[in-house]
Design a protein around this ligand. Structure first.
Ligand code: PEP
Ligand code: MN
Length: 294
């Protein structure tokens, strides 16, 4: 197929020359986080879960206990938040470097792996002993110097698709990381903007179709984040189940002990009980596909 509209569709030439490392021409990558947790092995579906941000030690420990009870091994340990507006109130904050101590404590007390979003390469050195997966958020998906520098840490990376970017763009971002000899890249669909989004009925549109499309065009595992896509706690369950059914190879779920009083994004987190129910439903659904939630 000729690439008559460059930037629109993925062509054979793109696979060969634009992102040869991330393309489906290569053997499918399995990203191993530890002996039981792998993304892309066609058998296990890891869940990354936790609050929007690390608010304080007490809150994070409560969340870790819920993860352990549900046999989920990956914590959202976000201490640097890409908040859309620069102002902070007492409640609306990001803990920053102070959160590293809390995460060190998590490592001592729980058998959990930690996912942290970075926005500045200077933070990579500070978090290197606590981070197991480096997250590049949607807003930094095309911050190529940051991606290249983060890839040099040689840790698994999670790159979220920007809400205005194509799958082709996302694979270009992954290619930057892979070119630094880091093959451990996980992709994440988290909802896109469309003319009818950013209304109360849909902040973003979870592009479930991107899941099989990425599997067709890339060797990298693709996961989904229904929490950031919907921005609405009541829709997290159907979108999580839908993503799993569409072939997502991992899920990111936001939960909080008191969601409506969360410091950031209070509408999208589900509570502990809802999280436990959702994990159980996901386990049942995964069984149909002969997969296991981990
Ligand atoms: C997040 O995961 O905390 C986040 C900010 O997500 P996104 O980059 O997808 O908006
Ligand atoms: Mn958020």
């Amino acid at each position: 197929m000729d690439n008559k509209f460059p930037g629109k569709d993925i062509t054979q030439e793109d696979l060969n020359t634009k992102f040869p490392l991330a393309s489906s021409n290569n053997k499918k990558k399995i990203i191993k986080i530890d002996s039981n947790i792998s993304f892309g092995n066609n058998k296990t579906i890891p869940i990354i879960a936790g609050p929007n941000g690390v608010e304080n030690k007490d809150l994070i420990f409560k969340c870790c206990e819920v993860l352990e009870k549900n046999k989920i091994k990956l914590l959202r340990g976000n201490i640097y938040k890409p908040l859309t507006f620069p102002y902070r109130s007492k409640k609306y904050f990001d803990i920053g470097d102070e959160g590293i101590k809390i995460l060190e404590n998590v490592k001592k007390n729980f058998d959990l792996k930690i996912v942290i979003e970075v926005m500045e390469h200077e933070k990579l050195e500070l978090i290197k002993d606590v981070v197991d997966i480096i997250q590049i958020g949607a807003r930094n998906m095309q911050n190529f110097p940051l991606i290249s520098r983060a890839a040099e840490e040689n840790k698994p990376m999670l790159i979220k698709r920007h809400f205005g970017c194509s799958i082709r763009d996302l694979l270009g971002s992954a290619e930057y990381a892979m070119l630094k000899n880091n093959q451990n890249i996980i992709l994440c669909e988290r909802g896109v903007s469309a003319p009818h989004t950013h209304k109360s009925s849909s902040r973003f549109l979870l592009d479930i179709q991107a899941i099989p499309a990425i599997k067709e065009n890339s060797c990298l595992p693709i996961m989904a984040d229904p929490s950031h896509a919907s921005f609405w706690h009541k829709w997290v369950e159907p979108l999580a189940l839908g993503s799993l059914a569409a072939g997502a190879e991992g899920l990111m779920i936001e939960f909080h002990p008191d969601p409506r009083n969360a410091a950031v994004d209070p509408l999208q987190a589900i509570n502990f009980e809802e999280f436990t129910l959702l994990v159980n439903k996901l386990r049942n659904l995964a069984e149909i596909f002969e997969k296991k939630i981990v």
